[in-house]
Write a protein that binds this ligand. Structure first.
Ligand code: FE2
Length: 271
């Protein structure tokens, strides 16, 4: 059964010894790589679904490369709201899509197409895509109408009922109209919200993963910044595809769930 991996929300910092709150994001990256190489060496590829960097510094992408260079399979990163497309492209120039100018990918497995979308809106924590990206996505879906498709992006298409919904994807109806046009989209897998969810939005199944950095739990409390952040689980999606459908395993590679000090997460949404 064809398999691929999705890891999200690494929040890497340039100095691997520098801590992001009380977590070491580089250590988490290498834990994820070790887990994938040991447990899923048969995966076709690994997608890193955005928030690769915590502060959008060039050095954070060098740290990422120290992990992707160790992976036993190809990797395909894309952008989240914490990322900087130009700095990323200095380290990974091969991942800039020549048609869209964004970090979009189309990946074909045996009997399944995977489309990775760059949803970074520069200067904003919410997500969006360009007109060129919408046209590119439409074309990639249209040319494989009989093939099941899985879409991976940083921002999810649906609100998930947490205080962070105000920084979700902004063009929901436009994206949903394209994703439902050919009837071949089987699943959308996203990060961004730092928690595990599953649901259906306008007929499209979706799931979010907790990611590699902190986890929000319980998830429905507010207001920001008082929602609790925990040290785990650090989680990846292990995705199994077949002609009949798609299975997503929410697989934890770190299980710790200690409550993290709130002072690390004070932020002003207007800044
Ligand atoms: Fe994140």
């Amino acid at each position: 059964m064809p398999k691929f991996i999705v890891v999200s929300d690494l929040h890497l910092v340039p100095d691997p010894e520098e801590l992001s709150c009380t977590l070491n994001p580089a250590e988490r990256l290498h834990q994820a790589v070790d887990h994938i190489n040991e447990t899923h060496p048969d995966a076709a590829f690994c997608i890193f679904a955005g928030d690769l960097a915590d502060d959008a510094a060039r050095g954070a992408y060098d740290v990422l490369k120290s992990g992707t260079d160790r992976l036993a399979m190809p990797s395909y990163p894309t952008m989240g709201n914490h990322d900087d497309r130009a700095l990323f492209a200095e380290v990974y120039p091969q991942h800039v899509n020549a048609e869209t100018g964004r970090i979009d990918h189309v990946l074909d497995l045996d009997g399944c197409r995977v489309i990775v979308l760059d949803t970074l809106k520069v200067g904003d924590d919410a997500g969006e895509m360009s007109d060129v990206q919408f046209d590119w996505l439409d074309a990639r879906l249209a040319e494989m109408r009989e093939t099941p498709v899985v879409v991976v992006s940083h921002h999810g298409i649906a609100n998930v009922g947490t205080p962070l919904d105000f920084i979700s994807f902004t063009q929901k109806e436009r994206l949903a109209e394209i994703l439902t046009r050919y009837g071949n989209v089987r699943q959308i897998i996203s990060g961004h919200v730092h928690l595990s969810t599953a649901g259906v939005w306008l007929g499209i199944p979706f799931t979010t993963i907790a990611g590699s950095h902190y986890t929000i739990h319980p998830s429905l409390k507010g207001p920001i910044p008082d929602i609790p952040r925990r040290a785990g689980p650090a989680q990846m999606a292990v995705v199994l595809t077949s002609p009949e459908g798609v299975v997503v395993h929410h697989e934890n590679f770190v299980d710790g769930n200690d409550l993290l000090p709130a002072e690390f997460f004070r932020w002003d949404p207007d800044n």
